[in-house]
Design a protein around this ligand. Structure first.
Ligand code: SF4
Length: 353
């Protein structure tokens, strides 16, 4: 089915997908199988060749970050839950990993906060037990690290990558628009506690937004918080695509260099500085072409694409990011949120909603 959905081919089939009449079965290697909870592998700046695991329904998160590449949070919560049957995820992982794919990381990521899932500890344990050769990474916003149960479930991972943007509650709220019960001081204390308990690597991501968390006061507080958390690495990041909020800008390289000096070059590194397009998916070519073809027919939101394709939010977000960096699509705000549309010549552009 998917073969017929490539750009420029069988638009009748494509329209069937767009109208929701047809569900898509994606091809992985020689076997046809529908994966709903794993995606990639993708080429990640930080992690190399990474297989994504998405345990969370689209945009279920404790934060609603102004820079989130997945768009607005639709379910903001700090309640942990079993969102999807564990068996489904484990069976997909068994099916994929039993082919011994070459991977640098099996990564809990996606379109929400993975530690909200009550399954994360069991899925980590399963991969460690059945596929011990693989390195497990967890991308988390860190908001639940103040909870002993969450810290305990992450202990078996090889690498945990939490985010910290500010040690000031006011700035934390401005950037992350968090669940009202969350306090940045409690989160930093949770990260400190995790450092004491955990023997794997902690890579702390510091996301920079010019004029928001770049004042001398902000950076001094951040530096203190980093010392308390004592991560193995600190990785500076900034926006590399249009944000959902238009006032959010990328930091310039000179600003990043200033912050790099202030936070200490010895253990801070820059990420996200490679040229556009170098972070392209490795084996998501078919899915990428399908989404590209969909967007050349009709502008769509990320939710539209997830609903129509059955793909995970994390996978769709990754592909949209790649297409946007390669300037094959563009995004704009519409009545239902952020729309993506192909960058066709004017006369061939689809009509926006
Ligand atoms: S924590 Fe991650 S998924 Fe949640 S809103 Fe922020 S960037 Fe998006």
């Amino acid at each position: 089915m998917l073969e017929s959905l490539k750009t420029g081919t069988s638009f009748a089939a494509l329209d069937a997908v767009i109208s929701g009449e047809t569900k898509i079965t994606r091809r992985r290697g020689r076997a046809f199988m529908k994966y709903r909870h794993i995606f990639g592998p993708v080429a990640s700046h930080r992690l190399g060749r990474s297989l994504g695991i998405d345990l969370i329904p689209y945009k279920t998160c404790s934060y609603n970050c102004v820079y989130c590449e997945c768009g607005e949070t639709t379910m903001q919560t700090i309640e942990r839950s079993t969102f999807i049957p564990e068996d489904e995820v484990m069976n997909e992982l068994r099916s994929f990993l039993s082919t011994s794919p070459e991977l640098d990381s099996v990564t809990f990521a996606g379109s929400g906060e993975p530690t909200l899932s009550l399954s994360i500890g069991n899925v980590i344990a399963m991969v460690k037990e059945e596929f011990p050769a693989y390195t497990i990474s967890v991308l988390t916003n860190g908001s639940l690290l103040s909870r002993p149960d969450v810290r305990s479930e992450l202990l078996a991972a090889d690498r945990v990558i939490p985010t910290l943007t500010s040690a000031k509650q006011e700035t934390f709220e401005a950037i992350h628009r968090p669940h009202p019960s969350l306090s940045i001081e409690d989160i930093i204390k949770g990260m400190e506690e995790f450092r004491r308990e955990y023997h794997g690597e902690i890579w702390l991501e510091v996301f920079i937004i010019p004029e928001i968390n770049t004042t001398d006061e902000e950076l001094a507080l951040l530096r203190d918080a980093i010392s308390r958390i004592d991560p193995d690495r600190v990785q500076l990041n900034t926006l590399d695509r249009p944000a959902p909020e238009s006032w959010v800008k990328a930091a310039s390289s000179s600003e990043l260099n200033r912050i790099w000096d202030l936070l200490g070059r010895e253990r801070v590194e820059m990420i996200n500085l490679s040229p556009a397009g170098t972070q392209s998916a490795i084996v998501m070519g078919e899915e990428k072409e399908m989404i590209s073809a969909m967007l050349s027919r009709r502008p769509s939101t990320i939710e539209d694409i997830i609903t129509l394709t059955g793909m995970s939010g994390g996978e769709v977000a990754k592909i949209l990011r790649d297409l946007e960096k390669a300037r094959e699509i563009r995004s704009y705000r519409g009545a239902r949120g952020t729309f993506y549309s192909s960058t066709l010549p004017d006369e061939a552009k689809p009509k926006p909603e």
